[in-house]
Design a protein around this ligand. Sequence first.
Ligand code: NAD
Length: 256
Amino acid sequence: MEDFEKLQFEKDKKYFLEMIRASKKIVFFGGAGISTESGIPDFRSSSGIYSKDFGSQISPEEMLSRSYFDSHTRDFYRFYRKVMLYPDAEPNRVHKKLAELEAAGKDITVVTQNIDGLHQKAGSKNVLELHGTVLKNHCTNCGHAYDLNFVSNPNNPIPHCSLCDGIVKPDVVLYEEPLDSDVVSAAVEAISTCDMLIIAGTSLVVYPAASYVRYFRGKCSAVINLTSTPNESRCDLVFHQKAGDVFDWIDVESSV
Ligand code: NAD
């Protein structure tokens, strides 16, 4: 790093920490990059799911679509179990720091595109899951609820409801499906009324989720992402590094 870059970096870091301390309401808007340190691959990094060869001509987007679920349920589940389920994953330093800040009294809303449930596992209570969760599943016929163990069993290629024999579907928003309108409203409300918005670990290309950050009207927006993302030039602070490294800077006690 050149000297002037070092100076700018130190200035940005100081401002980031000052804004975390001074902000009454913070929204953390995260994506798959937040869980890579927990061993869950993201989609678009060089080691992400989209760069892997699954020996199929069908794209991951198509395999994770509602029409594929309906027409090729067995293949959907084979792919889904292989690439989307990480039951042993544990929260990492970002999940934990966010939960610690909330527990210490900071008003933080986590708006996540992730479906892995790791924010709640770390202890965060105020979490809005735009794309649902792998932890919950429902019968498409009678609505009966099932847990992750029920759908993750590979000996049961297509999970059927034990009450009515309907097909059980994960509570994950598949491509072609709309987002839950209550969750969207709550996310837009949180983003449009917060003082600070932290966008982290997301390529910000999955719509409509990515569009919600445009509702921000507060004082400071920060992007933390390993690689460049669209619209980051509109943000006040940009850190191209691991979200965990940036969150290590935050001292919980002096931030509330
Ligand atoms: P994405 O894969 O498109 O982008 C992830 C971004 O995070 C990349 O730009 C990458 O450079 C960055 N990144 C990776 N590791 C990082 C780290 N340690 N610190 C900072 N940045 C890091 O993911 P997306 O934008 O969230 O969109 C993909 C969609 O797929 C979303 O809907 C997401 O929920 C879903 N998905 C979820 C999970 C999960 O629940 N853990 C995993 C894969 C995909």
